[in-house]
Ligand binder design. Structure first.
Ligand SMILES: Nc1ncnc2c1ncn2[C@@H]1O[C@H](COP(=O)(O)OP(=O)(O)OP(=O)(O)O)[C@@H](O)[C@H]1O
Length: 485
């Protein structure tokens, strides 16, 4: 099985040395991600393209590789190809007919050729020869040069014929780690997830900084979405997840700060803490999901007051995005459901937030704030490798049993999203499986027959452990985690 990787166009217009460096990084990233699902994968660097080959031709392996390739930053598109040697024009025709002939029935078509190397024939001659042959020998609806039902794509390089059997859209963007690292302030809402994704796609390693305002349940929710983003789009590189216990800071704000300024002061405290964390990790910029006018702390005046608290660069990729566009993107990248189930942990809710917080008033209020509280939470911030979310959660859920067997009175609860549930049905023989997606658990788990025990199932076992922890937090004890042998 072979895929030809087409580079993101902005890479192709770089100078030779920059381009070479980026392609090399992309090559490493693809190898790193794909070899986790298929050890036989090799990635060859061919100047204007990368060629991915696998010895495992099983259809489920092909689906896995296509899914993984579509999530790797730096790839504009990838072509699924079969590669064959040829001897002459007729041998090109015969091989094309063997792959495409049966797909032409009842369709209009045209043949397009890209050619490299020295040949006795031109690309147009191949198109005519192959197109004519297919037209004569298969019951198609004829050749149509513009907007045909089917385009037969051939690539010819020296004595090799590449038959393109499918074209897949890539993520675009720059290869991961070709841009500097950033620290994303992640709250679990729609905006910060989308902002993080945009930086991954642009080629930055995105580390996550979370200010816990709502106890274990808040942390579990944010860990889930961070882990999801990393494992789906950024798993070629290690990143950190930092959790800062921010409830004491909120307490101090509630006690000392004027009601109308609380939102802005909370954000300034977050920026102070995040800058320190970034410095500790050697990261030069913070990322937030703020957008002008979305909430009272996000007016231009208030954003300016927030900015003045730190010299660290604060990047706001969504600054002029409409909420609906952000929600649509969250849906497309798969974070919508996480955000929808995340309760609002605002920490401080002003009755009358000041949309034009006077800078001097903010400073005067902050003079009353006990900064030891902030120092303490920064010192007790917990930094973990994001891959350890899985292990750490496993340790935390040791009181939640993990099992590979089903006893009487036990039911498997498939908590994957409806798409995964449909694409990869999980129906082990002789076992009862109910589907309740993870984002409905908090509201609908209680409606299930509570005399039964439910074994949560997801593909990797991370989400099911986090959800088991969450349900335990909610006081449910009839829960286990189900893993396949
Ligand atoms: N608890 C938190 N931990 C880390 N970052 C946070 C937290 N709360 C807010 N932020 C950061 O501040 C930004 C603005 O947050 P705010 O709550 O004002 O707006 P929001 O539109 O609800 O954001 P989101 O949808 O990302 O939750 C967020 O996008 C995020 O980057």
């Amino acid at each position: 099985m072979k895929f030809i990787i087409k580079l993101f166009p902005e890479i192709t217009i770089k100078s030779k040395s920059v381009r070479q460096r980026m392609v090399k990084v992309l090559q490493g990233n693809i190898r790193n991600v794909l070899q986790k699902v298929d050890e036989t994968v090799t990635v060859r660097n061919d100047w204007d393209k990368l060629v991915v080959s696998s010895k495992n031709d099983a259809p489920e392996n092909r689906d896995r590789l296509v899914e993984r390739l579509s999530c790797i930053p730096g790839i504009q598109a990838f072509l699924e190809v079969t590669q064959k040697p040829f001897t002459d024009l007729h041998s090109i025709y015969e091989q094309t007919a063997a792959v495409y002939g049966h797909t032409l029935v009842g369709k209009t078509f045209c043949v397009r050729v890209k050619r490299k190397g020295k040949h006795e024939f031109s690309s147009i001659e191949i198109e005519r020869y192959v197109g004519g042959g297919l037209n004569q020998n298969f019951p198609s609806n004829g050749v149509k040069l513009s907007h045909p039902d089917l385009q037969v794509n051939l690539q010819i390089e020296d004595d090799q014929l590449y038959l393109v059997t499918d074209i897949h859209k890539g993520l675009g963007g720059y290869p991961l780690s070709t841009q500097e690292d950033v620290l994303s302030l992640i709250s679990g809402g729609f905006d910060s997830g989308v902002a993080s994704y945009q930086f991954i796609k642009r080629g930055s390693r995105v580390h996550y900084c979370f200010f816990n305002l709502g106890g274990a349940a808040h942390e579990i929710g944010v860990k889930q979405v961070s882990y999801y983003l990393w494992s789906k789009y950024g798993q070629s590189h290690r990143v950190k997840f930092v959790s800062v216990p921010f409830e004491p800071v909120v307490g101090e704000i509630l006690e000392k700060i004027d009601n109308g300024l609380m939102g802005v002061v909370l954000k300034r405290m977050m920026m102070r803490a995040a800058s320190r964390v970034a410095e500790r990790l050697g990261i030069e910029a913070l990322v937030t999901g703020e957008s002008v006018g979305q909430v009272s702390s996000q007016t231009v005046t208030n954003l300016s007051v927030i900015d003045r608290v730190t010299d660290t660069l604060i990047l706001r990729p969504l600054i002029v995005s409409d909420k609906q566009d952000i929600i649509d993107q969250a849906r497309a990248i798969g974070t919508l459901e996480f955000a929808e189930t995340m309760p609002e942990y605002c920490g401080v809710i002003s009755n009358k937030p000041n949309v034009k917080a006077p800078y001097d008033d903010v400073l005067a209020n902050e003079a009353k704030f006990n900064f030891d509280v902030l120092e303490n939470v920064i010192t007790s911030a917990k930094v973990i490798d994001i891959r350890d979310i899985a292990n750490e959660t496993a340790a935390q859920v040791q009181e939640v049993e993990t099992t590979t067997q089903l006893a009487d009175n036990e039911i498997i609860l498939d908590i994957r999203s409806p798409d995964d549930h449909e694409d990869k049905p999980f129906e082990p023989e002789g076992m009862t499986v109910i589907h309740l997606p993870f984002y409905k658990l908090s509201t609908q788990y209680g409606d299930l027959d509570q005399s039964k025990t439910y074994l949560l199932y997801c593909e990797r076992g991370v989400m099911s452990k986090l959800q088991a922890l969450y349900l335990k937090e909610q006081g449910f004890n009839n829960i286990k985690v189900y893993r396949q042998n």
